[in-house]
Design a protein around this ligand. Structure first.
Ligand SMILES: [Zn+2]
Ligand SMILES: [Zn+2]
Length: 135
């Protein structure tokens, strides 16, 4: 039987599940992720088998100047999903904090640290890249 991992927004009207995750999960310190998450960094991960279980009509999209798409709940404002410019819908990345179930994902690197907040220092035991992964 396929394992499903369930997640939801803060108000609970949007819920979803997935069947798997990419092995890579970066903490992104870029300005857009910081603003979108309202936090020191964003944590988004590619998923497999995404199904919206409820509230899909409440998803609101924001398209940034660089063409990337970010989706959030129009009722409670929870940051939920990210799509790079020109990426197909099956490459949607989800904000991993929105999962209610424990998930087999660990942050393995910090990226875009050139843009990090001055009030947070990434842990030194993880690789850090000034721009994207491998930069
Ligand atoms: Zn909500
Ligand atoms: Zn970012």
């Amino acid at each position: 039987m396929t394992k499903h991992y369930k997640g939801s927004c803060l108000c609970g009207q949007i819920s979803f599940d997935v069947t798997g995750f990419s092995n890579e999960a970066a903490a992104c310190h870029c300005t857009m992720c910081r603003k979108f998450h309202g936090a020191a960094f964003g944590t988004l991960v590619e998923v497999e088998g995404l199904r919206w279980l409820s509230g899909e009509a409440l998803l609101q999209e924001y398209v940034g100047d660089n063409g990337s798409v970010r989706q959030f709940c129009s009722s409670c404002g929870s940051s939920l999903a990210f799509l790079a410019r020109g990426a197909s819908r099956d490459q949607l990345e989800l904000a991993i904090s929105s999962f209610d179930d424990e998930i087999p994902v660990k942050i393995d690197i910090h990226i875009y640290t050139d843009y990090k907040a001055n009030w947070f220092d990434p842990p030194e035991d993880l690789p850090q890249y000034p721009e994207g992964r491998g930069s």
